[in-house]
Design a protein around this ligand. Sequence first.
Ligand SMILES: [Zn+2]
Length: 233
Amino acid sequence: MRADSPGHAAKFGSYSLMHMDSNKILDLQLVQSNEVGGSYHMEKEGLRRSLDHLQSNGLAVDYIVTDRHPQIQKFLRDLQITHFYDVWHFEKGLSKKLQKLAKNKDCQILNKWLHAIKNHVYYSATSSTSGREKVANWTSMINHMQDVHTHDNPIYPKCAHADRVSKDKNKWFQPGSVALYKVENTLTNKRVLKDMEKLSHHYQTSTLESFHSLVLRFAPKNVVFPYVGMLCR
Ligand SMILES: [Zn+2]
């Protein structure tokens, strides 16, 4: 969903549904915040109307890829529709937390890893279609950061990289260190693992976001349009 202004002030939300195989917009719903009891509810309502539109045209949904909007998670779970999360949105949130952590005096070693962890998010998400494998792949990072490249997990028993000696010996985390404890907590807490399991291994939402940038040319956010004007645009 694209809101006409950030936060709770949005008056309109335009919900676009894209068919990922063909990059075609299947449906576009313009929702007004005052008809759904506030801007927070616009996204779910937009999706609901779009799904109704598909259903009334006899089109079945295989799965849906969105960001991790909590309301949408619950809504799709209740409808028993398979839901995957866009990797970029997840990675952005996690990287923000890690950057903050790396500013702590006892976690400075983490700065050497921010880039590798970011890459590992994409690698883990796209390496497998199964949630369990994505998680196994992801959690192997904790060993890897301690220079341990074989793992107890039978799903992912060994790092996929070539055996090589790193030039920077100071980059490895020490077992039992405060830094490792804090980083492990951030990378493998329950919520992160739950999200990792559902990261989209195939399509992402970036193509849809390009479409939103195009819409922005016709409906700039600093101009107020009436409903019909907005709908036309
Ligand atoms: Zn490794």
